[in-house]
Design a protein around this ligand. Sequence first.
Ligand code: GDP
Ligand code: MG
Length: 178
Amino acid sequence: SSSATDSKDLRAKLVLLGDSGVGKSCIVLRFVRGQFDPTSKVTVGASFLSQTLALEDSTIVKFEIWDTAGQERYAALAPLYYRGAAAAIVVYDITSPDSFSKAQYWVKELQKHGSPGIVMVLVGNKADLHENRSVSSQDAQEYAEKNNMFFIETSAKTADNINQLFEEIAKRLPRPTA
Ligand code: GDP
Ligand code: MG
């Protein structure tokens, strides 16, 4: 049973952070609409979408997703989006070492200023471009472990691991105590 008032249902503010062009908006679009649009527009400021996910234990999680712009000129606005967030997805592009460095900057920022207990996930996106890989899975995995994060590689283009990403976040959200 999962009526709107089911005590097992969860609502979670979720924020995506990471360099411009790593695929944050495409990840959200793939999860929410099941689509990939290679001509998608650059995000200005931030955009909001919500999507529900049913877990195996019949819990319904409603994600309130804030997709931020990665550009430097919006960095000062980021706290507005990650403040109060239950979870943060920090995205880099597996073909871009610079974007991996930028991801580490966001992790530090979240560790300093994010909500205590925030669920943090490191995502290496564009896994379909493995021929141009320049960030090893092992380096990213080690970094994630040191920083108490879940790590996953995704492709918004092929949909690889996109649902898994959100399921893993949902599983890690704190459950309300009855
Ligand atoms: P954002 O700035 O982080 O929101 O990045 P976008 O979602 O706007 O994507 C930036 C560019 O990367 C676009 O041209 C997308 O088509 C492309 N892109 C996004 N995700 C993937 C992916 O998984 N694989 C490939 N090959 N391209 C992707
Ligand atoms: Mg975007």
